[in-house]
Write a protein that binds this ligand. Structure first.
Ligand code: FAD
Length: 507
């Protein structure tokens, strides 16, 4: 974290934000974790959770394979903590073709954090609550430090403050939420999207003023060199020096996550001290499956965790998991060899699909009997983009589109039985895709269920364009039946545990 040279205190970017240097700080956290562990298994992709055969709602471990050697790994355990990141690349990205793979959120956020519990029958919450980021164009370079620390601002192609123009329009959709300070991020996005649709683009970040100050100029560049080097490279390749040219911004494809300002993820028990009784089932951060815990992006309903909140949640989950074991809740777990062998067969099937059917074609990648992970990924992203509110439809969807999207996702699920993997790396890609696909089904079911537009600028339900607090000031919760694959949806009440007075004091 950066310290203010005058006050000696942490450098604040805004009321709630302290500037961190992730590139330095994340390895420090990782090292602490490394020192405290008895044994670490690296490069194992976890594909499935094991379930106790004496209690189908209790976890019994996890299985996966080593992505380098291909070895099959069985982890029999009394508890499991899922902390596998969020879900990027489920919607078609802006960066396609030569830029494919460039993404804002982490590329290893392949939806495993959601797919593992969903497949096992755990309840999920707020999976519709995807995020769309305003970022520097083509490199996804972050804008937070620019707005908050460098005090830069945005304008349309004519040099106008376009956000003001869309105030009345936005107020009609969301009422008084537009008057919140600071303006909710989705509503700023909404003005951006509307302005571009009205022909006011490109939208620019005004950097020319701030960059005249050498200190701010250094911070502006370091911000990228520390976490998004690609943005500096994009600017260099396009001859953009932000001291003289105001760089272009864009809105990203949607991402699903539970730690970075969105609250999608597993429905977990709250802490013993603060939770209403019905939201506390004995062990903090435990999902609706006994012994299965989550942390970070995995856990829904607690959006502002970021990195420090995520590792803190990991500690909370670990302590609760230990208590669960000490309380003798994990006795008599049965995981048979048969269950493990069944998963072994399922996990390696893509290798077999490829090896057997590759003989049918003489060259190329198009086969009548299998498809590759990249082909499947592009098919998934196209469905999510066009039917569930991605970039190519300006984040717009409705009931009919969502139902069609679900139909196409179900067919994709069927076809994923025929995915082919030529090596262990492609086997990882195949499983990433399977995890992304089940996550996408859940996202689509949730988006269909919430009949309102709560976050204009993130996505729009064209058939319910207004925010509707009377009916939808609630949490959405889903459960996929592991036997039938059908989702069941329900509403859960939001409790305002911290009142306005406490909020004022805390700030
Ligand atoms: C560009 C960017 C900038 C950010 N800036 C900040 C910032 O300034 N401040 C801040 O506080 N936060 C920031 N964040 C957010 C922060 O990084 C996340 O909130 C945090 O990393 C989430 O922690 P996590 O442990 O849940 O997931 P992650 O840190 O994503 O860890 C998930 C891990 O699970 C692994 N994994 C995934 N699937 C599997 C599987 N099937 N089997 C085994 N392993 C698997 C992944 O490889 C990864 O190592 C930023 C994030 C991004 C992408």
């Amino acid at each position: 974290m950066m310290k203010n040279s005058k006050t000696g205190r942490y450098q604040r970017e805004g009321k709630w934000q302290i500037m961190i240097h992730g590139e330095s700080y994340k390895p420090i956290v990782a090292e602490a974790a490394k020192k405290s562990a008895d044994k670490i298994y690296n490069r194992i992709m976890i594909t499935h959770l094991l379930i106790d055969e004496n209690n189908e709602n209790r976890v019994g471990g996890a299985v996966g394979f080593n992505m380098r050697t291909g070895d099959f790994h069985i982890f029999r355990s009394k508890t499991v903590i899922v902390a596998a990141g969020g879900a990027s690349h489920i919607f078609k990205p802006r960066a396609v073709g030569e830029g494919m793979g460039r993404t804002w959120y982490a590329p290893w956020s392949n939806g495993s954090a959601y797919a593992l519990p969903i497949a096992a029958g755990a309840k999920m919450t707020q999976m519709e609550n995807r995020i769309v980021l305003c970022r520097f164009k083509d490199g996804y370079g972050p804008v937070g430090a620019y707005f908050l620390h460098l005090k830069t601002y945005t304008q349309n192609a004519n040099g106008e403050n376009y956000e003001k123009k869309w105030y009345d329009h936005t107020k009609q959709l969301v009422g008084e939420y537009i008057d919140h300070h600071p303006t909710p991020t989705c509503l700023r996005n909404h003005a951006f999207v509307q302005e571009v649709m009205a022909g006011g683009g490109p939208i620019q970040m005004v950097t020319k003023e701030a960059f005249q100050d050498p200190h701010l100029e250094t911070i502006g560049w370091e911000n990228f060199l520390g976490m998004t080097v690609g943005q500096a490279v994009v600017w260099a390749s396009q001859n953009i020096d932000p001291k003289y040219i105001n760089p272009e911004l864009t809105t990203s494809e949607p991402y699903v996550m539970g730690s970075h300002a969105t609250c999608s993820g597993a429905w977990v028990s709250g802490p013993e001290d603060l939770s209403p009784p019905e939201y506390y089932w004995g062990y903090n951060r435990m999902m609706t499956i006994e012994g299965l815990f989550g942390a970070g992006d995995t856990v829904g309903g607690s959006a502002h965790k970021f990195s420090s909140g995520s590792f803190t949640e990991g500690r909370l989950a670990a302590k609760a998991a230990v208590k669960y074991i000490e309380d003798q809740k994990a006795i008599n777990i049965k995981v048979s060899k048969k269950q493990c062998e069944n998963f072994r067969e399922i996990i390696y099937k893509p290798l077999e699909n490829y090896t057997v059917n590759r003989n049918e074609i003489t060259g190329g990648t198009v086969s009548p009997s299998y498809f590759s992970p990249i082909q499947g990924l592009q098919r998934l992203q196209k469905i999510m983009d066009e039917y569930v509110g991605g970039i190519s439809v300006n984040y717009m969807t409705n009931e009919n589109l969502l139902k069609k999207g679900l139909e196409l996702l179900n067919w994709l699920e069927e076809d994923l039985e025929n995915i082919g993997a030529e090596d262990y790396h492609q086997l990882m890609r195949a499983w990433e895709l399977k995890h992304r696909a089940i996550t996408s089904q859940c996202v689509t079911e949730h988006t269909l269920f919430r009949e309102e537009t709560r976050w204009p600028g993130y996505y729009y339900r064209g058939d319910h364009m207004k925010l509707d607090d009377d009916n939808w000031h609630c949490l959405t919760v889903s459960r996929r039946d592991p036997k039938t694959g059908k989702f069941n949806m329900e509403k859960m009440p939001v409790y305002h545990i911290i009142g306005d007075e406490e909020k004022k004091k805390a700030s």
